[in-house]
Design a protein around this ligand. Structure first.
Ligand SMILES: Cc1cc2nc3c(=O)[nH]c(=O)nc-3n(C[C@H](O)[C@H](O)[C@H](O)COP(=O)(O)OP(=O)(O)OC[C@H]3O[C@@H](n4cnc5c(N)ncnc54)[C@H](O)[C@@H]3O)c2cc1C
Ligand SMILES: *[C@@H]1O[C@H](CO)[C@@H](O)[C@H](O)[C@H]1NC(C)=O
Ligand SMILES: *[C@@H]1O[C@H](CO)[C@@H](O)[C@H](O)[C@H]1NC(C)=O
Length: 409
């Protein structure tokens, strides 16, 4: 690492030349790429806006969260989970795994570095990555800011009038604070369903808005992870057939969810997940609470009022608090400049398995809609690809020619 020469026409006060790729984001994906690179002998720098690794897990998840998928599908490359971990590790166990992973590979991100822009400079052929403090320069950038970088906050008529707290699930910790309160949970994905269940268990009076259709499937079938079964079957059978099988077994095990106000989409659960990223809800007891009426399912909200909400079916109810389980979105379009590789939602345009590599030294990890399992294969691919280039450069001893290129610009 060294600083840029004066000849380079950059205005930033502090300009840092990075020896190796720049990785943006120190979540599981960014850390996994750094580890795989290190394994190949390539150094890297990880830039993270927060003050810790895996900040989504450490700071934005509820207390009772467990991995949705069994641990063998959530492992990072090169270092398995500890043997004594249960099949579905708690978030605290996952965080401790991440911490030991980072320390095992000696990965120390630069914290409090929020990337505000990244741009490829065609004349120098380098990426210029700006944070509030520095300008980092490298031939390679790895986008690892995640599919869940920012909460989605809907704009529902009347929200500003509501007398109580309105919180996104990213700041919800536990139902403890909601005892005996009437709570409206808006959204019926995994977060909405799990928060509703948590509220029930803390004796809150929970209403959940299920405006959209959603697949609820059992977390396990025949003692095996439903997701694992689906992935295994998909090696031999077309996705539509796999989905048909999942739906038959789900209906057998859970009953017809339509009867409880949870409408199934027309497209099957796995096909929908891969096409749109909409994750099926893995049932860990929510449906039983819905069936017994402890979680009341409501149709869409028409408007929020001072004391509660009006619903599209004409009902009006009072609430003490509202929780937005409205999901997350990528933030790539806000900082990655003039890049054709991502769509306007901040997801790679190229479908899996081709979405990990763009042009001119651009890489992405963790945008496969396949969770940590997708990160696993992305990280390997990226490290192999960069290591190949790294070694070519090293052999040609063109480290110096990089600097020459810089000076030419
Ligand atoms: C409640 C919940 C439960 C989940 N459960 C599972 C599960 O069981 N199994 C599974 O496989 N997946 C699960 N997921 C999906 C999960 O998000 C991913 O598996 C995993 O966290 C993705 O890692 P990542 O590193 O790609 O993204 P993230 O974990 O989101 O990490 C991205 C990092 O980038 C940083 N960042 C963002 N923007 C910038 C910027 N501009 N500058 C610098 N840094 C930036 C963020 O602060 C963050 O630390 C769950 C998600 C949620 C919300
Ligand atoms: C996130 O949580 C960790 C662990 O509790 C803590 O050390 C860190 O300061 C928190 N960061 C933010 C930004 O809240
Ligand atoms: C993070 O960076 C900002 C801007 O440089 C600075 O004001 C702030 O004090 C830093 N925070 C920490 C915790 O270092």
């Amino acid at each position: 690492m060294g600083s840029c020469k004066e000849q380079v026409k950059v205005e930033a006060a502090k300009c840092v030349w990075i020896h190796g790729p720049i990785i943006v984001g120190a979540g599981p994906s960014g850390i996994a790429v750094a580890a795989c690179l290190k394994e190949q002998g390539v150094p890297s720098v990880v830039l993270e806006r927060s003050d810790c690794i895996a900040s989504l897990w450490q700071n934005k998840t509820y207390d009772r969260l467990k991995l949705h998928l069994p641990k063998h599908l959530c492992e990072l490359p090169l270092m398995p989970f500890p043997l004594n971990f249960p099949k579905y590790p708690s978030k605290y166990q996952f965080i401790s795994y991440m911490e030991s992973y980072a320390s095992h590979f000696n990965i120390v991100p630069r914290f409090n570095q929020s990337v505000q822009s990244a741009e490829f400079d065609p004349s120098s052929k380098f990426w210029v990555v700006r944070t509030q403090d520095f300008e980092y320069i490298s031939p390679w950038i790895v986008v690892a800011t995640g599919e869940n970088a920012e909460p989605v906050i809907p704009n529902i008529h009347g929200m500003d009038l509501f007398h109580g707290p309105i919180t996104h699930t990213s700041v919800y910790k536990s139902g403890f604070d909601y005892k005996n309160k009437k709570v409206l949970v808006i959204g019926c994905g995994n977060s909405g369903m799990e928060v509703s269940l948590d509220l029930c268990r803390h004796n809150a009076i929970s209403h959940m808005v299920a405006r959209n259709t959603v697949h609820v499937i059992p977390r396990e079938m025949f003692g095996l992870s439903t997701f694992g079964i689906a992935m295994a079957l998909n090696k031999w059978f077309p996705i539509k057939l796999v989905d048909k099988f999942l739906l038959v077994v789900s209906t057998f095990m859970l009953g017809n969810t339509n009867h409880y106000g949870i409408k199934r989409p027309k497209t099957g659960p796995i096909e929908l997940k891969l096409a749109t990223g909409k994750t099926p809800v893995l049932d860990v007891g929510q449906l039983a609470q819905i069936k017994s009426g402890n979680i009341k399912v409501m149709e869409g909200v028409k408007e929020i009022t001072r004391n509660g909400a009006k619903f599209v079916d004409g009902q009006e109810k009072e609430f003490d608090a509202i929780i937005l389980a409205t999901g997350y979105k990528s933030n790539v379009p806000t900082w990655l400049k003039s890049c054709e590789f991502f769509d306007k939602e901040g997801m790679p345009k190229m479908p899996f398995p081709h979405g990990w590599k763009g042009e001119q030294g651009l890489y992405t990890v963790g945008f496969t809609r396949r969770g940590l399992h997708g990160t696993y294969s992305d990280a390997f691919n990226i490290a192999k690809d960069i290591a190949h280039k790294w070694n070519t450069i090293k052999n040609n001893n063109s480290c110096n020619s990089h600097i020459v290129l810089l000076n030419n610009s």
